[in-house]
Design a protein around this ligand. Structure first.
Ligand code: AMP
Ligand code: TRP
Length: 369
């Protein structure tokens, strides 16, 4: 089912050991993805990640979604902000349509087996391998002292995925190399300790939304970390903020509207956002904007995007005002996730030799109480 609906990129499976064998076991399909509770969700996250998760959820796939709080502390977090961000992120996912009856939605730190598996995988992963990953390089660039957690981050991500024997991981392009590490660690573990994990595949959306651009600099992707808040539309922006950000979006000196991402990245990004959020085709949007200049078009797109974001924003505010409900959703999600996680954790402990091999003899001694 998944194969027909999404572009599944089967990454090159690199392995450490020469005697790597391909897994022969067929695992049931399970989709896993995570999002960090940092900052408010922007339409890049929404269109590039969350709408894909909704698609899988609503077509009945087995999907697990984690608010990955342990990942977010790899860079300093104010505890009050972190706590609030976990609430807002969960409220946002619910407001976008993630249904805890259909998807397993949980907070990563509620399931301690993630950190246990991270340690176990960390002991078979080399430092040289981690030093190559781009996210670590980017995030540590401006740091004098680099936290160990930032370096180990991709091993924790591999643990997130493998703990649930996940087969597919929908992510943005920027995550592909991290999923490749998860594939390698799965293969290494299977080779050393016996068949345990499926090799997870990344699913990278092939549509327009896989890389929405910054409204201030259309050569860069829209990002939570860009200092200028006008560069992104968040799901919590008011109608006026949305209209304003579109009005100030950087385009070019041509006043007509056309779609040409290479030559006209700014205006094409607006058309892409417009199309993805309203469901109108690119052709239809360009034809409808025939009589408009760029400013006229920016006003139109601002209005239409504001109308799409408004009900989501209202739902986020509504869910956020009920932290007890959010806690309840996360508690139920953690219970469901823990059940699967503990099954894998037991298998891993046994295979790695943590259990004493008990022969069927009766003990003569009684352990001291
Ligand atoms: P992040 O904002 O880095 O925590 O990303 C959360 C998810 O949103 C990841 O799957 C990203 O690949 C995706 N994402 C982030 N920025 C964009 C963007 N500008 N366009 C499309 N997807 C994005
Ligand atoms: N690293 C991902 C990001 O920054 C978040 C993440 C953590 C994740 N664990 C994951 C994504 C497991 C997919 C699968 O966006």
């Amino acid at each position: 089912m998944l194969k027909n609906k999404s572009k599944i990129l089967l990454n090159n499976l690199r392995t450490y050991s020469n005697n790597a064998s391909t897994t022969k076991k067929i695992y049931p399909q399970r989709i896993f993805s995570g999002i960090q509770p940092t900052g408010s969700v922007h339409i890049g996250n929404y269109l590039g990640a969350i709408t894909n998760w909704l698609k899988y959820q609503n077509q009945g796939d087995d999907i697990m979604l984690s608010v990955v709080d342990l990942h977010s502390i790899t860079l300093p977090q104010n505890p009050k902000d972190l706590s609030k961000n976990i609430l807002t992120m969960t409220a946002t996912l619910l407001a976008c349509g993630i249904d805890p009856e259909k998807s397993i939605l949980f907070q990563q730190s509620h399931v301690p087996q993630h950190t246990e598996l991270c340690w176990q995988l960390g002991c078979i992963c080399t430092m040289a391998r981690l030093a190559h990953l781009p996210q670590y390089k980017e995030k540590s660039e401006n740091l004098k002292d680099i936290p160990l957690g930032l370096f180990v981050y991709p091993v924790l991500q591999a643990a997130d995925i493998l703990l649930y024997k996940s087969t597919h991981v929908p992510v943005g392009e920027d995550q592909i190399q991290q999923i490749q590490l998860a594939q390698e660690l799965a293969r290494m573990f299977n080779n050393h300790f016996g068949e345990t994990f499926p090799i997870p595949h990344s699913i990278v959306s092939s549509s327009l939304n896989s890389r929405l651009k910054s409204l201030r600099n259309p050569d860069k992707k829209m990002s939570k970390s860009e200092p200028d808040a006008k560069s992104r539309i968040t799901l919590l922006d008011t109608d006026d903020e949305i209209r304003n950000k579109f009005k100030k979006a950087v385009t070019d000196f041509t006043s007509t509207i056309s779609y040409d991402p290479e030559k006209r990245p700014g205006v094409s990004n607006l058309v892409a956002i417009h199309s993805e959020l309203t469901g109108k085709s690119i052709e239809e949007i360009v034809a409808d904007a025939k009589h408009l200049d760029t400013l006229g078009y920016k006003l139109l797109v601002g209005e239409e995007v504001a109308a799409r974001i408004r009900p989501i924003r209202e739902k986020i505010i509504d869910y956020s005002s009920d932290p007890l409900y959010i806690m309840d959703v996360l508690k139920t999600g953690a219970e469901k996730a823990s059940e699967i996680a503990e099954r894998t954790a037991k298998e891993v402990r046994r295979k790695m030799g943590f259990n004493i091999d008990v022969k069927k003899k009766k003990s003569k001694k009684v352990a001291a109480q």
